[in-house]
Design a protein around this ligand. Structure first.
Ligand SMILES: Cc1ncc(COP(=O)(O)O)c(C=O)c1O
Length: 407
């Protein structure tokens, strides 16, 4: 039987850099007896240092990446039924965040190779009801931002960047998450830095920053002379325990990103000669940070499943198609299962005189093509050159055994 490779995993300590520094700050937080961030030190420190590393005016830590996107959408304050353009290939938490704020997700198609939205795919989805555009830098590969920003400016629409998978990825030298109006990050278990769950939003816009600060705090006006609960808002606060675990990891982040980038580039070079498997395409103006390493396969269907099986058999975990279906095919969106039986906000008085919202599969050729041809390999900062070379061998062997030499 072929030899199995043992790879570090972000699911346990083999692939997570959590140790003495995190424990020391956790101990400090616990010794203080004060575990809420409202008057803590760890979360404010994380926010200050994150803002500094990312070169933004404000960073506001919160409970999850989903909470980050919800908070960003709340900052632009949509009316019920306003539309937020987003991608159908992302985590569902980034889409339900739109619905939870009473706005309707409108999906732009994606480029089949990068699986990212583009200005060309966003443009036809803009209507007079569009309130915001969310772009997701999928797998850590930056979207082509300049044309998207130009399009958004043309229509006066703010751009929210979902950089949950793209810590320190850059586009034309600018950090993803800081290019649009608001940036969102996730500290969920598998991300470049983690506290199990958690997230952060960043912005240079003082109005958005103020509204986001209020939103995560039940809209209570902390520090105001006459505070009140100003508007409808949840408690999305991060705890001091999460802050303590994240502060040391922020210092490690540049190293994590460099190691992931270097080893992933090594794999891309090693598999460049394969005829039916394509490494991720990264433009000269972008830096990919490889939350995941997606390979594009010429074949699809059973061949894709068999290829992924052959790769997995050798110990390299991977997911054919990344997600089984685009978000609009998932029950919550397909059947509009939202608040009781109301189907709100897809339906309701605000929709009077408007066309019903239809997610027509025919208008997503890029998403279907992209998912049909992709296999996603988890990446990790602890992958050594030797391990990467072994992964390259496994991929090449799987191509030979499953796909043969021609398509
Ligand atoms: C692109 C993207 N956006 C949002 C989220 C939601 O983040 P969380 O799981 O922290 O709620 C995730 C996944 O974790 C994600 O990958």
């Amino acid at each position: 039987m072929a030899q199995m490779i043992q790879l570090p995993s972000d699911g346990d300590s083999s692939g997570r850099d959590l140790g003495e520094e995190e424990l020391a700050l956790l101990k400090e937080a616990i010794a203080s007896g004060h575990l809420t961030s409202t008057r803590g030190t760890m979360v404010p420190r994380l926010e200050e240092e994150f803002a500094k590393v990312f070169g933004v005016d404000r960073a506001i830590a919160l409970a999850s990446g989903s909470a980050a996107v919800h908070t960003a959408v709340a900052a632009v304050d949509p009316e019920p039924g306003d539309e937020v353009i987003t991608t159908p290939i992302t985590d569902m938490g980034a889409i339900t965040a739109i619905l939870l704020q009473g706005a309707i997700p409108i999906f732009a198609d994606v480029d089949p190779v990068s699986l990212n939205v583009t200005a060309e795919t966003i443009r036809p989805r803009i209507t007079k009801n569009t309130k915001a555009i969310i772009v997701t830098h999928l797998f850590g590969n930056p979207c082509d931002m300049d044309p998207i920003l130009a399009l958004a400016k043309e229509h006066g629409i703010p751009v929210i960047e979902d950089a949950a998978q793209a810590f320190m990825a850059t586009y034309k030298g600018k950090l993803c998450g800081t290019i649009g109006d608001i940036g969102c990050f996730s500290f969920q278990q598998s991300k470049h830095m983690t506290s199990g769950e958690g997230g952060i939003v960043v912005s240079n816009n003082p109005d958005y920053a103020r509204r986001m600060f209020l939103f995560v705090n039940k809209a209570w006006g902390y520090g105001d002379s006459n505070p009140d609960h100003y508007f409808l808002a949840p408690n999305y606060r991060m705890t001091e325990l999460q802050g303590a675990v994240l502060v040391p990891q922020l210092a490690k982040l540049p190293g994590v990103v460099e190691r992931r980038n270097r080893t992933a580039t090594r794999l891309s070079n090693a598999i460049a000669s394969l005829s039916q498997i394509e490494a991720p395409v990264v433009t000269a103006e972008s830096k990919h940070v490889y939350w995941r390493y997606p390979i594009r396969i010429a074949a699809q269907g059973d061949d894709l499943t068999r290829l992924a099986g052959a790769i997995r058999e050798r110990g390299v975990q991977c997911a054919p198609r990344y997600i089984s279906k685009p978000a609009f095919e998932c029950q919550v969106i397909r059947d509009r299962v939202s608040f009781g039986k109301s189907k709100w906000p897809w339906e309701g008085p605000h929709m009077a005189g408007r066309d019903p919202i239809v997610y027509d599969p025919k208008t997503f050729p890029g998403a279907y093509d992209g998912l049909a041809h992709v296999i996603v390999i988890p990446w990790n900062e602890f992958f050594t050159d030797d391990l990467v070379d072994s992964i390259a061998e496994v991929i090449a062997e799987a191509e030979r055994n499953v796909l043969g030499t021609g398509v």
